[in-house]
Design a protein around this ligand. Structure first.
Ligand code: NAD
Ligand code: IPM
Ligand code: MN
Length: 368
């Protein structure tokens, strides 16, 4: 066997195990058709890990992730009411996701916003706006800003309770994600939208100064600066103007979910979280407790995260393209999970059946 990869599999909470069950089938199909082996190791992670192991990110999972060639993570977290049963620092977001990102310094978060021409009817936007589809790469800084700044709660000198969260970036953190964004823009349509708030935040002024410096290494890339609030509107009114977008952590969290709305469902949002030595791959969305256990979640985001892993961690671009093509074929045939607004001939399928169809198309593509 020429290549053997170890993949840590963190199925997560609520719909996590349902969509993960479909995603891991991709590895089996590829093993059957290519000279490669994948060792998949299931790990406890998230709220379910807190209940079974007392920690949202247990030591056993840390050890396996440290050894793995890549990490595949399902969504974690509970509904607002359920999460209150867990101490605040052990809730899945603060106790598992952020420590995972920090541990591997996964500073560059790739969130593709993609709709093929066969998928445009999923978008709630008018046909004249969505036109023949979308192909945007949103790059979100993932390990800095408000998420990781110092936090404080207390009572001030006037006796009022207060809270303080700090937005902090150093120049290295900003430069490294901007370089990734310029590199991507350079390989695509050579147009980078820088999303910022420099009219108010000095963190954005600093960010933009570093951007000018990095830009000098990429003179062929055109930069358009857009304030984050205006960017939210532009994404709805004219999303086709965007190719690569780059932004800090919190802006990226919000705009990427808005992008999911423009596509028609968060279930169409896979992602890659890239660090200097390790990468992990996860849907952009949460654990969707409202639809858990019903076998109706859309596994596209989870399967797409496997495709991103194949390309970005294992250099298997052709196989990754086949996975995307297999999913497109399911839509072309008129099938979709119920989260997607469908055309009148659409046939709704379950999570499992969507997975069956992807597996059968992928098998045919790989056998060619
Ligand atoms: P959510 O993303 O889980 O759900 C928002 C809406 O999108 C819901 O109506 C849900 O049914 C739908 N949706 C999301 N993914 C879908 C899919 N694959 N198929 C069909 N429909 C889908 O957001 P939320 O409800 O605000 O959060 C639920 C929990 O998830 C919270 O605990 C939150 O902190 C957590 N969360 C985790 C991650 C992560 O693991 N990376 C990301 C975001 C939110
Ligand atoms: C995301 C999620 C996470 C974030 C939460 C759950 C920590 O919303 O990946 O977009 O805010 O980054
Ligand atoms: Mn989010």
């Amino acid at each position: 066997m020429s290549n053997a990869y170890k993949v840590a599999v963190l199925a997560g909470d609520a719909i996590g195990p349902e969509i993960m069950a479909q995603a891991v089938r991709i590895f089996d199909v590829i093993e059957q058709h290519r000279d490669v082996a994948f060792e998949l190791i299931d790990c406890p992670f998230g709220a379910s890990a807190y209940f079974s192991h007392g920690k949202a990110f247990p030591d056993v999972t840390k050890g396996i992730c440290d050894e793995a060639d890549a990490i595949l993570k399902g969504p974690v977290g509970l509904s607002y009411e359920e999460s209150k049963k867990i101490p605040i620092d052990e809730q899945a977001e603060r106790g598992a996701i952020l420590p995972l990102r920090a541990r591997y310094n996964t500073f560059a978060n790739f969130r593709p916003i993609f709709l093929s021409s066969d998928m445009v009817h999923f978008s709630p936007l008018k046909p004249e706006i969505i036109k023949d589809g979308l192909d945007i790469l949103l790059i979100r800084e993932l390990v800095g800003g408000l998420y990781f700044g110092e936090k404080e709660r207390g009572t001030n000198q006037q006796g009022l309770e207060y809270v303080k969260e700090t937005l902090e970036y150093n120049e290295v953190q900003i430069r490294q994600v901007l370089k990734v964004a310029f590199n991507q823009a350079n390989q695509r349509r050579k147009h980078l939208h820088n999303i910022h708030k420099s009219n108010v935040l000095i963190s954005s002024v600093f960010w933009n100064e570093i951007l000018d410096e990095v830009h000098s290494d990429y003179p062929e890339v055109k930069v358009t600066h857009l304030l984050v609030d205006a960017a939210a509107t532009a994404l709805c009114l004219n999303p086709g103007q965007f190719d690569v977008m780059v932004m800090e952590n919190m802006f990226g969290d919000i705009l990427s979910d808005q992008a999911g709305g423009i596509l028609g469902s968060l279930g169409l949002m896979p992602s890659a979280c890239i660090g200097p030595e390790k990468a992990y791959f996860e849907p952009s969305h949460g654990s969707a407790p409202d639809i858990a256990g019903k076998n109706i979640a859309n596994p596209y985001s989870m399967i797409g995260s496997v495709a991103m892993m194949l390309e970005m961690s294992f250099g298997m671009k052709d196989e990754a393209n086949d996975v995307w093509r297999a999913m497109q074929s399911v839509f072309e045939d008129g099938f979709s999970t119920p989260d997607l607004i469908s055309n009148e001939n659409a046939q709704l399928v379950s999570t499992d059946v969507f997975g069956d169809k992807v597996v059968s198309y992928l098998t045919a593509l790989l056998a060619k």
